[in-house]
Design a protein around this ligand. Structure first.
Ligand code: RB5
Length: 148
């Protein structure tokens, strides 16, 4: 399992504990930054993370900003990305089981580090259910490929 991680200054406070958690679970981590609390623009980091996934160099991605919202809006502009903002255990599980989210977006200003790690663990341990959800994901792909 290879995970690519990106954050802005709002998400930076959670970064080191997330990397430690992933590496302690034998997950290979690609760190796309940012590397400090200086103000940066979250779309730049969403872009780096999406490129790693869409090129096949990473299996899944994690994006952390202040709320998770900006990161998810930016990441979902890419075809093939299904980025989910989650705030609790139920949504962390459902976004994999139902939506097959390939990026988890989290907010460091709304969740403490322990909760962020807990939600990442739930997402990683959940499995896409397929079945009735397949045709819904296919419809999302159709929207991505639409003319209008
Ligand atoms: C940065 O101040 C903040 O806007 C960003 O981290 C994020 O919350 C955006 O959605």
């Amino acid at each position: 399992m290879r995970i690519v991680l990106g954050c802005d200054h709002g998400g930076y406070p959670a970064k080191e504990s997330v990397i430690s958690f992933l590496e302690n679970n034998n997950i290979k981590v690609t760190d796309c930054g940012t590397d400090g609390l200086s103000s940066v623009d979250y779309p730049d980091f969403a872009k780096k993370v999406c490129k790693e996934i869409l090129s096949g160099r990473a299996d899944l991605g994690i994006l952390i900003c202040g709320t998770g919202i900006g990161m998810s809006i930016a990441a979902n502009k890419y075809k093939g990305i299904r980025a989910a903002v989650v705030y609790d255990e139920f949504t962390a599980k459902a976004c994999k089981e139902h939506n097959n989210a390939n990026i988890l977006c989290l907010g460091s200003r709304v969740l403490d580090n322990d909760k962020i790690i807990k939600l990442i663990g739930i997402w990683l341990n959940s499995v896409y259910e397929g079945g009735r959800h397949d045709k819904r994901l296919e419809k999302i792909t159709e929207i991505e490929n639409r003319e209008l």
